[in-house]
Design a protein. Structure first.
Length: 318
């Protein structure tokens, strides 16, 4: 069964969960955590979204992210790629760090913003890592209390729900979180129990979102669409792409096209090979080289992200 497309609209709030591949740890030392902070900051500056809360656990991460015009998928692809590259370089490792597709649930801001903030901060307490939420150093809770300065973190949106006075808002927020410290795992924050697993909120909110969702029939792109996007990226014509030889630019473009056909379409690689006048085995080798470059070159990963972005289905228009 095809996965449902993600829902996007400016101002949407998501509970995002990133898990380590095979439950492996995603932070091995404090340098990893501070580097993740840096990538979060650079993402906020680049894409214009807000991080409202976070908690860095040992083998997974919780984020509350409110997007602007840029979809969450692009934000997360950039974040996970950059951090994986750092992690593998820093610890002399290779391969995937995170478990497949990240989990995200669109949350009703009016009804569940405060609950989500408390839930994210209480993760270490539920995991018995600490007995008090303020004892855990790798979440945004300290910044909410004014004990830590994190310039890229937006605390105003949650604190303003309690009081216009900052000191009062911080005290009331701490009381709110403490009042939920005995709560256990809550499936609704993971999209369970809702009429649509992509959305958390009252039925009227879910219905509102789904009614406004203009769902284009889900289909995967064809080879012609992939080639057109790739040719636009490299400013090439198809005859240049299919020309004999191994000139650098057409060769790179063929590698990207082969990867995209294998990753994003239902078309066989042999069909692309015929169209480009290449042997299927050479395109398979090109894909392997491309995957290696994605792990070491940001520009290469950004081209892959652009292909995904330009071929994806638009799901929601506010």
């Amino acid at each position: 069964m095809a996965r449902k497309p993600r829902i996007h609209y400016p101002g949407a709030l998501y509970h995002v969960i990133l898990r380590g591949n095979g439950r492996q740890d995603v932070f091995l030392d404090d340098k990893d955590r501070y580097r993740f902070y840096l990538f979060l900051q650079e993402g906020v500056e680049r894409y214009g979204h807000r991080v409202l809360a976070f908690c860095l656990m040992t083998n997974h991460i919780h984020l509350a992210v409110q997007v602007g015009e840029v979809p969450l998928s692009r934000i997360m692809q950039n974040l996970t790629f950059r951090y994986t590259r750092w992690f593998n370089w820093h610890h002399k490792r290779s391969g995937h760090l995170f478990q497949g597709r990240y989990k995200s649930v669109l949350v009703d801001t009016d009804s569940y913003l405060l609950e989500l903030g408390a839930y994210i901060h209480l993760n270490p307490v539920r995991a018995s890592m600490v007995t008090a939420v303020e004892a855990y150093p790798w979440s945004s809770y300290g910044a909410y209390l004014g004990k830590e300065l994190i310039p890229w973190l937006n605390t105003e949106q949650i604190l303003s729900q309690f009081s216009t006075g900052l000191s009062t808002a911080r005290r009331q927020f701490a009381e709110f979180v403490a009042g939920r410290s005995k709560d256990g795992h809550q499936e609704e924050f993971y999209g369970q129990g809702s009429m649509d697993s992509r959305v958390m909120g009252e039925d009227r909110f879910v219905e509102h979102v789904l009614e406004k969702t203009e769902t284009i029939p889900i289909r995967k792109p064809g080879i012609s669409e992939v080639l057109q996007v790739v040719m636009n990226i490299y400013d090439l014509q198809e005859d240049e792409l299919a020309a004999p030889g191994q000139k650098r630019l057409p060769s790179e473009a063929r590698s990207l096209a082969a990867w995209a056909v294998q990753e994003l379409t239902d078309e066989p690689l042999t069909k692309l090979a015929i169209r480009l006048g290449r042997d299927p085995s050479s395109l398979s080798a090109a894909i392997r080289r491309f995957e290696l470059r994605r792990n070491s070159e940001l520009a290469c990963e950004e081209k892959a992200m652009r292909v995904r972005q330009e071929l994806q289905v638009t799901v929601f228009q506010a």
